[in-house]
Design a protein around this ligand. Sequence first.
Ligand code: PGA
Length: 262
Amino acid sequence: MEVVPLDSVAEVAVLGADVLEAVVRERAGSAVLGLATGSTPVPTYRELIRRHEAGTGPSYDGVRCFTLDEYVGLPPGHPQSYRATIARELTDLVGIPAERVHGPDPTPDRLPTAGQRYEEALRAAGGVDVQVLGIGTDGHLAFNEPGSSLASLTRLKTLTEETRRDNARFFGSVDAVPRHVLTQGLGTILRARHLLLIATGPAKAAALAAAVEGPLTASCPASVLQTHPHVTVLADPEASAELERRDHYREVYAAKPAWQGL
Ligand code: PGA
């Protein structure tokens, strides 16, 4: 795992955008991006949009996207559905059409097969080249709450009260936050070829330290990242505040040969 403690959210966004653009360029028209919703990736997405509008970004022709998760129980087209959110925050704004953006299908009468169908869609696309991830204050990854199997696949999950409280800001009240979600499993996420975890703000410091430096345990689902061969963690000073080896990570990054990239 490569942990990169940075000096600001703006620096995180620039490096995050660099990682995503590099994949889009390298895979020229066949890149598969795994996208996270939530607040954390927004500055990175804004940086991608800024570059796209400035004419310095790559072509997104042919790029396919898969979201990590989706709420269950919202009416179709609800502005807080992750399908609507990712369109509004990124894909519409860089010219990736809706038919190339996929998410787990929360249609009520199709829920029993939703997980398997999403796994098949991911496989048929050839897997995810780079997966953007945030981390929950309870250590969740996507909506894999503590206790989730480290080998889990896409399935229906119930949110913890902590996560519903964290997400109440998007819905006006905690009661309006759905209880159920469809989420890629930890085993699904681990199949992506590169995992890009972004953590910013003081609320993430303890969870990030547990994920990166704590034991591998289902009690901290994000600790499963320790088992993946290519993980990049971008963190601002507040989120990296509780990392015991923070100075070492900084030294490693500063001394890194340019040819290695991220
Ligand atoms: P956030 O959510 O980016 O809105 O903080 C992250 C997460 O819950 O995984």
